[in-house]
Design a binder for this molecule. Structure first.
Ligand SMILES: Nc1nc2c(ncn2[C@@H]2O[C@H](COP(=O)(O)OP(=O)(O)OP(=O)(O)O)[C@@H](O)[C@H]2O)c(=O)[nH]1
Ligand SMILES: [Mg+2]
Length: 223
C-alpha cells in the first residue's frame, strides 16, 4: 500500500512535534475512526524511544498533583514530556479532567510539554486501545517521558501495565480500601508505591502495612 502525500505529510508533522496534527490524530483515535488506525500503522515504525510511566490510584488520590510535580522535575532535566489523562467514566468525572487541565495549565506555554485527555466514547476495551495508540503518537512526536494517568478501577489498573515501562501506584492513608486494592492485584503491577497526603493521619500505619506486604512477596528478578 503506497502512502499518499497527505499521510507522508501527517507523519512528517508528527515527527516534527506538530501539536495540531498530533491532537487531531489522537481525537480521531478516541473516536475510533478507521483512517486513524491506518495512521497508527504508518507511524508505528518510528515509536519505541519514550519511557512510559503509568500513574494509577483511587479517585482523588493525588495522581494529577504528582504528575504535575513530575512534569516540572523532568523539565528541569530538559526532558520533553507527554501526559495522557485517561478518564474511564467521563460523564461523571468531567470536572476532574477539567481540574487536571487547570492544574497543568502552568505548563501550557511550554513547547516541551504536551497534555491531552482521553475519555470513553465506546467500550472500555476500545479506550484501552486508544490509550496505547495515543502513547505511540506522543512517542513519535519525540516526547521522552510519557505519563499516563488512569483511575485505578478494576480492569483499567491492569491495562496500564500494557502501556508502561514503570507503574506508579498512588496510595492515600486512612482510606481503608487501599490495602484491599493492593490485595486485589495492584501489588503485582506496581514498580513504585507513592504514599500521598502524608500530612494525614494513618500514614505510618499504611507505610507499615505496605512494607509488611512487600516483605511477603518474593524478590522480583532484577530487584
Ligand atoms: N492534604 C493533601 N491534599 C493533597 C495532596 N496532594 C493532592 N492533594 C489534593 O487532593 C485533591 C485531589 O488531587 P488530584 O491530584 O486531583 O487527584 P487525582 O488522583 O488526580 O484525582 P482524579 O483524577 O479525580 O482521580 C486536590 O484537591 C489536591 O489539591 C497532599 O499531599 N495532601
Ligand atoms: Mg487526576
Amino acid at each position: 500500500m503506497a502512502d499518499t502525500s497527505d499521510e507522508k505529510e501527517q507523519l512528517r508533522k508528527i515527527r516534527a512535534g506538530d501539536v495540531r496534527t498530533a491532537s487531531r490524530l489522537i481525537r480521531n483515535l478516541e473516536d475510533g475512526l478507521p483512517e486513524a488506525k491506518s495512521s497508527i500503522k504508518r507511524i508505528f515504525p518510528h515509536t519505541g524511544r519514550a519511557h512510559v510511566l503509568g500513574v494509577t490510584g483511587s479517585p482523588g488520590a493525588g495522581k494529577s498533583t504528582l504528575v504535575d510535580a513530575l512534569i516540572s522535575s523532568f523539565r528541569k532535566k530538559e526532558k520533553t514530556v507527554g501526559v495522557l489523562a485517561v478518564d474511564p467514566t467521563s460523564p461523571f468525572t468531567g470536572g476532574a479532567i477539567l481540574g487536571d487541565r487547570i492544574r497543568m495549565q502552568r505548563h501550557a506555554e511550554d513547547p516541551g510539554v504536551f497534555v491531552r485527555s482521553l475519555a470513553t466514547r465506546g467500550a472500555l476495551g476500545g479506550l484501552a486501545k486508544a490509550v496505547g495508540d495515543a502513547v505511540h503518537v506522543m512517542d513519535v512526536m519525540g516526547k521522552e517521558i510519557i505519563m499516563v494517568e488512569t483511575v485505578g478501577t478494576g480492569q483499567q489498573e491492569v491495562e496500564i501495565i500494557n502501556h508502561s515501562h514503570t507503574v506508579v501506584v498512588v496510595l492515600v492513608p486512612g482510606m481503608g480500601d487501599e490495602i484491599q486494592a493492593i490485595k486485589a492485584g495492584i501489588m503485582e503491577i506496581a514498580d513504585i508505591f507513592v504514599i500521598n497526603k502524608a500530612d494525614r493521619d494513618g500514614t505510618a500505619q499504611l507505610m507499615s502495612e505496605l512494607t509488611a506486604m512487600l516483605n511477603m512477596v518474593p524478590e522480583f528478578p532484577g530487584g
